[in-house]
Design a protein around this ligand. Structure first.
Ligand SMILES: Nc1ncnc2c1ncn2[C@@H]1O[C@H](COP(=O)(O)OP(=O)(O)OP(=O)(O)O)[C@@H](O)[C@H]1O
Length: 867
């Protein structure tokens, strides 16, 4: 074979297809190369960032000879010669994937138009053009979407994709808050309040307002329910609207809510993004670090971003004249989180990045022609939307089946019959989905499916919502925030069970009396209950002054308090020595309901905690799946979101077991110890495998001897302690181990905090991890949870006025409801069945959803089912 060689230093962009899909004229030299080899060569150039020389191994053995490429053969731009990562992409998708990275790019696409595919191809394109994976930041809205994107990238781009930071808005903002929150006035140790805690706070504030009104002789203020007030506050926050801009009573409660959260050191999910944005706005150093770390940003599902998220996003990218390398993809017709303050993401993006280029993807690859037409007609009734024309080259397929059922029970049996018919006809259960607008209908369906023995998965399930898990999370939070009474009370309830209420009352009374007793140092602020317990325990043990006079504490309670305080201290110590999964198991051992972690997840019908039937996994195994998923993301986020470390130094003689890797040095030792081998910072992998208690117990003497051997004899002699195991050396090694333990504990605390943040976000998403999905089961989920997914056969159940849309929806709210219905319709690939009832369970006549009437009658096949 002739020798061929690529021109060295040729820009790889020269190998990329132009916007028309043609390969550009290449700056190659020399004669002949077969098209197949050219294809390979081009693909290699795209996939390998390094300079490329192709060698002929056919004749010359291992080293091979450099190959030269025939110039003319590259002129031919046949589609089949395009690199495989672009194979099958449409012209528009190709344009989206390969458009210049130096400009902001907005990909606007309809459902099933291949957004996910295009954004994955764009990442591949960036990698192929030499962008290091660690410089790429991909942001999604949910943990589940982030997991899906990671999987797709790994499948498409191989191991290199591991280093890409795929994260969610919340996770990224949280991490930046923890790292740079001080710039916005927030300490690292802030506590993330759960939704329930937020609601309770609003309830308390409302109660205070009522009491204040009663005390002043005024009538009680007329206020919406606490849940509605909280939703309004969170929505306003997400939209960047302050309390001062809201009318009473919302503005007043909002302002009191903010003050109470700040006093408490708590934040809610909306706060992260705001705090992170404020930190980036105020700290040029933080901004510079983020810009240097991530040169290319990609955002999926942009339509779901709120004003606060857009502001945050804008700060992740440098100002012009620097290149603004950001790509966002979204569909305004699928914006269904307006109730959380999202909306207008696409137009806001174009305003934030004025030089943004736009690519439109209109072809639907998912659904039949009939379904595409039905969906387009439905959403066409919305006034506020970007102009878009959905089309498909797919076959017309069957008409949409609309079934009017007598009532809810008739509807459920009808749906079940149709599902069975599909399965009996050979359809895989995994290809069927039942979509509902509300969890109430979902609960009824769940009961029907369970009673009918039909296996199903539900994306509304949440093992993180199970009580034992919430108890465990409270315990973990208490370890990180021992001053927090909310967590302490929950832990006491989880550990002491029936005695908890009385015991907490005793502790609260003791706290009140502490200042007067003289036994305890007076303090202006209330002592945290955990601190009260700790002081009691120390006093009873005779360690902290005289034993307190506490006749009101029964011997059993006293024993309980001592044990609890000791256990919490032990766990805090163990935090410095155990990997996360092991640590969680130790914590579970403390809870009275620990046996529940080892039994299969139970079913709770009819509530938002819908469940999977049959399900053999235990709560513990589900939790450990979360831990594993978290560990994968965390390890990656730590390497890609923090400042690069200096190169690893060779490991010195180790003071820890040799299996535990060691890296860069810790803070210098004190002068008298300086010649001892230094304990070094322990790597993440070592942290995972390292139990310092065990290490100290098992290896201390051995390590001490090693350390002393390593110390220069001059030093030991100078100390005059007569040998390598002298006091100085022992103290030095002990101090060094202490320092290492403290450092590991600090890092593990950071990891635990990040895990709690992760768990809270996953819980809020109310989405089961995809690993929970049973492959041979149909899917039952809310329409919101179905976003981004697709099935061959979809049922939308209970499409009635009052359900979809809910009662009273009008204007923007009605348009959002229509988009929700649109999302549901566009999940189907082949068939869609919509059911509604003629009579409510109360006996009242029911009305079919107006959205059904907005689908052209020619696309509908109607049935009536009253049997
Ligand atoms: N160029 C293409 N040729 C054939 N099939 C395609 C193409 N692009 C995408 N698809 C298929 O179309 C379906 C929808 O793709 P994808 O999930 O990426 O769309 P999407 O725009 O993210 O959809 P949605 O927003 O509705 O969730 C998938 O089954 C995908 O494999």
């Amino acid at each position: 074979m002739d020798d061929f060689k690529l021109q060295e230093e040729m820009p790889r962009s020269a190998l990329l297809p132009t916007s028309s899909g043609h390969l550009p004229h290449p700056p190659f030299t020399s004669p002949h190369i077969p098209v197949r080899q050219l294809h390979l060569l081009t693909r290699n150039a795209l996939l390998r960032p390094a300079r490329l020389t192709l060698r002929d191994h056919s004749s010359s053995g291992a080293t091979g000879r450099p190959l030269h490429i025939r110039h003319t053969s590259l002129h031919a731009p046949p589609r089949q010669s395009l690199p495989s990562m672009f194979d099958g992409l449409s012209e528009a998708q190709l344009r989206a994937a390969t458009s210049s990275a130096d400009h902001p790019l907005l990909i606007v696409a309809g459902p099933g138009a291949g957004k996910t595919r295009s954004i994955t191809a764009r990442v591949q394109h960036l990698l192929a053009t030499g962008v290091p994976p660690a410089r790429i930041l991909a942001i999604t809205f949910t943990c589940a979407a982030a997991g899906e994107m990671s999987r797709r990238l790994a499948a498409a781009a191989g191991p290199g994709a591991e280093a890409i930071c795929v994260t969610t808005f919340h996770s990224l903002a949280l991490l930046l808050c923890r790292q740079h929150g001080a710039a916005a006035g927030y300490a690292d140790g802030f506590v993330v309040r759960t939704h329930k805690q937020q609601r309770k706070l609003v309830e308390r504030l409302c109660a205070q307002r009522r009491s204040a009104a009663a005390a002043a002789g005024r009538p009680a203020p007329a206020e919406p329910a606490a849940a509605a007030l909280l939703a309004a506050i969170l929505r306003a926050k997400a939209q960047g609207v302050g309390a001062e801009a809201c009318a009473p009573p919302l503005g007043e409660v909002y302002s009191a809510y903010g003050a109470a959260m700040a006093a408490d050191g708590g934040v809610d999910l909306v706060d992260f993004v705001r705090i992170a944005a404020e930190a980036l706005e105020r700290s040029a150093a933080a901004r510079a670090a983020v810009h240097a770390r991530h040169t290319h940003v990609l955002v999926d599902e942009l339509q779901d971003s709120s004003g606060a998220q857009l502001r945050f996003l804008r700060l992740l990218v440098p100002d012009p004249p620097c290149a603004q390398r950001i790509t966002a993809v979204g569909d305004d017709d699928q914006s269904i989180y307006g109730f959380q303050g999202a909306g207008g993401g696409l137009t806001h993006f174009e305003a934030a990045f004025p030089h943004c280029r736009r690519v439109l993807l209109e072809e639907n690859y998912r659904s039949t022609g009939t379904l595409v037409d039905a969906a387009a007609a439905l959403v066409g009734h919305n006034a506020s939307r970007l102009p878009k024309r959905m089309r498909t080259a797919n076959a017309a397929g069957a008409r949409v089946v609309v079934v009017e059922c007598r009532d809810a029970s008739c509807e459920l049996s009808h749906v079940l019959r149709r599902v069975r018919r599909l399965v009996d006809g050979g359809v895989r259960r995994a290809e069927i989905a039942l979509l509902v607008r509300t969890a109430r209908t979902g609960g009824a369906l769940q009961r029907a499916l369970a009673a009918g023995g039909v296996p199903f998965n539900t994306h509304a399930a949440g093992h993180l919502d199970a009580k034992p898990v919430r108890d465990l999370l409270a315990l973990l939070k208490l370890l990180l925030a021992p001053h927090d009474d909310i967590f302490f009370c929950r832990v006491v309830k989880a550990v002491a069970r029936t005695r908890a209420k009385e015991l907490l009352l005793v502790l609260e009374n003791l706290r009140d009396s502490m200042d007067q007793s003289g036994f305890y140092p007076p303090s202006a602020a209330k002592l945290p209950l955990h601190e009260v317990a700790r002081r009691l325990r120390a006093g009873w043990a005779g360690g902290d002054g005289a034993a307190p006079d506490t006749p009101q504490v029964s011997p059993a309670d006293r024993k309980f308090v001592c044990r609890l305080v000791d256990d919490l201290e032990t766990l805090t110590r163990r935090l410095g020595s155990l990997q996360l999964s092991g640590f969680l198991r130790r914590c579970i051992d403390l809870l009275h309901n620990k046996s529940l972690f080892h039994s299969p997840q139970s079913t709770r019908h009819g509530s938002r905690y819908l469940n999977v039937v049959p399900h053999r996994r235990t709560l513990l195994s589900l939790l450990m799946e979360d831990v594993n998923a978290f560990e994968r993301d965390y390890a990656r986020s730590q390497t890609v979101l923090t400042t690069p470390r200096p190169p690893a130094s060779p490991a010195p003689p180790s003071l820890v077991p040799t299996s535990h890797a060691v890296r860069t040095p810790l803070a210098p030792l004190s002068p008298q110890n300086e010649s001892l081998p230094q304990i070094t910072e322990i790597s993440d992998e070592a942290l995972l495998a390292f139990d310092i208690d065990e290490a100290i117990a098992t290896h201390y003497d051995e390590q001490r001897a090693e350390a002393c051997e390593a110390a220069p004899p001059r030093r030991v002699a100078a100390r005059g302690r007569g040998g390598c195991c002298g006091q100085d050396a022992t103290t030095a090694v002990g101090a060094t181990l202490d320092a290492a333990e403290a450092r590991i504990r600090e890092r593990n605390a950071g990891r635990l905090r990040a895990f709690l943040d992760y768990a809270e976000q996953a819980r809020c998403e109310r989405k089961a991890a995809s690993s929970e999905v049973d492959a041979d089961a149909i899917t039952l989920c809310t329409i919101h949870s179905s976003k981004g997914l697709e099935w061959s056969h979809v049922f939308i159940v209970h499409m009635n006025e009052g359900e979809c849309p809910p009662r009273g929806a009008q204007g923007a709210a009605l348009e959002e409801e229509r988009r929700i219905a649109f999302v549901a319709v566009t999940r189907a690939k082949e068939s869609l069945v919509i059911t509604h009832v003629a009579r409510e369970s109360s006996g009242e006549p029911a009305v079919a959803s107006r959205f059904i009437a907005e689908i052209p009658p020619s696309l509908i096949e109607r049935h009536i089912e009253y049997s």
